[in-house]
Design a protein. Sequence first.
Length: 199
Amino acid sequence: MTDSTAGLYSGDTGELELDTRRALVQLLKGPLITASKHPEVWRTVIRDERVLRSRLADVFLDLVVDEDEQLAFTRPAETGEHRTPAVLRTERLTFMDTVMLLSLRQLLLRAQPGERVIVDFDEVIEQLEMYRAATSTDPAGFRRRVNSSWEKMKKYSLLAPTSTEGRMEVSPVLRQLFDADQVAAVEAEFRRIVAEDQP
């Protein structure tokens, strides 16, 4: 943080240094910052965590920093009974998006601490096959739906490319988004839906 009152440009009344502001904007834009993909921003987040956490709290957001996995992201703060406006952009998840997220999260749950989880598209399709009846009985249509969700996971950095073509790394941020109890509860509900669709 700077003590300068000169500002960065004409009319600037901000108090943060340029790199701190850039980190704040990146946190607001999301979906996540990683040390490997955003090394300069990551270093700034670690250095200025206190002030960034304060600025985000001003707009009802919580800063999550996982130094072990070297990632950071923002999420809505738990504000109790206070009604607060939504700040972060949200995207409605389809049934297939949700079951794919659960499947990827389960893979992380089974991995050893620090172990990378690598998957390819065909592996994920195989894992999601049990949900096909709930979405489509047509194998080609089912594959298209899974592919659409796969591309969405890549877009939001929940799947990251590896050095092997077609193989993707599951982002450890999913550990922060869903705990084991939430995964089990949602998976149980989806299994119930699938069971009801069986003849």
